[in-house]
Design a protein. Sequence first.
Length: 189
Amino acid sequence: MIAMQYSIALPRDYDMAIIRRRIAVRGHLMDGFPGLIFKAYASADVAGEPPGAEGNVYAPLYLWDSVEGMNAFLCGPGFAGLAHDFGRPAVRTWSVWRAWVSPQVTQACYATREHIPIAPGAALDALREAAQAVAEARMAEPGALAALVGFDPTAWTQVRFQLWGAAHPPVPGPGVAAYTIGHVSTAAA
């Protein structure tokens, strides 16, 4: 599995209703996309949710079952349209160590992303086991609809994503970005 995210930073005075409309009109286009486990249409709005957002951003989160689906999307018309409208963003990817996705993931309203540096010399096998245990603990948290942990060996960082239902609005903190989810697409949709 591969986790993927790109972030489009928008001006502080940007009308985020434009992004919400974009999601409402185009979100369903990824429903049923081959190789997609989920795409969470994530955004943060300085004037709205989640509380404490540092800036306006459109930052979808993806979980792919293989590189073929990811490549089909990145080389296809959907990503080309995004690049036309906003410029081609840098796309971050992570190798997934553990992922859990609830059958109700399409009901997600919020997401968090946490980056954790991997210390030089850290035993990656032990780190992977510990990260998998964290993901399993987060799966059991009330309101959790998806949890995954992975790593980026180019920057030697760990990433943790979690998707939540309506009753669990996240609060960003040091190293934690929080988002509102406007739509969730899955291959099964």
